[in-house]
Design a protein around this ligand. Structure first.
Ligand code: CTP
Ligand code: MG
Length: 185
């Protein structure tokens, strides 16, 4: 039980960090450039910025590199064997798609939220907690299918679907109270 949770979180760390770091470093020019669609609403909204996207991706990748460094010294943590992101360029690609894919997933959902009339920051339970997970999985599955299917077994995926909303809730409440997030979700 603990073992599968540690393994699952380890695999997802490069995808978890970008969202928080986008909230910390985000701001400035919105990715949609302020454009509105024919429905009169913003394409993505002011909550999706270039700075958030770039800083988030870089932070997620740095954490992944740190994890790879850790793996070069030790293959386990708290007695649990850790999975690797692969070798060489393959590992870099995995770390990149986990980080960038998570923000891409979050951004795609903002597009649909705007089309459904939800304002920036409006809560959409379930979607807010899992959009970034889906984005990270999908982009990584497309670009590194063998690695993905080896590591994201059905047990790991189920574990992540359960614990991610909990982790997301805790980090967002913290983010709200330290002032980097406008809403606690
Ligand atoms: N952020 C950013 N760029 C991104 C993603 C997030 O700058 N690509 C920052 C924004 O300041 C945003 C905050 O992180 O307000 C929290 O992210 P999120 O909850 O995803 O955005 P919301 O403001 O809730 O906007 P939306 O309704 O579109 O999800
Ligand atoms: Mg939000």
């Amino acid at each position: 039980m603990i073992e599968i949770i540690i393994t699952a979180v380890w695999l997802m760390l490069p995808a978890y960090l970008p969202n928080s770091m986008a909230a910390v470093f985000g701001g400035g020019r919105p990715i949609d450039g302020g454009r509105t669609m024919s429905d009169g609403r913003r394409m993505l909204g002011d909550g999706k910025t270039w700075r958030g996207l770039i800083a988030g991706t870089i932070c997620g990748m740095l954490l992944g590199l740190l994890q790879m460094y850790y793996l070069s010294k030790s293959s386990s943590i708290f007695g649990v064997d850790l999975p690797s992101f692969g070798e060489g360029m393959g590992a870099l690609l995995v770390i990149f798609t986990l980080a960038f894919g998570s923000l891409l997933g979050d951004m795609s959902m903002s597009y649909f939220k705007r089309r459904m009339g939800y304002k920036r920051g409006a809560a959409l339970p379930g979607v807010d907690q899992l959009d970034f997970v889906m984005g990270a999985w999908l982009l990584t599955l497309i670009t590194s299918p063998a690695w993905f299917l080896d590591n994201f077994t059905s047990g790991i995926i189920l574990t992540l679907l359960i614990i991610t909303p909990l982790l997301h809730f805790v980090t967002n409440v913290i983010g709200y109270h330290i002032g980097v997030k406008n809403e606690p979700w």
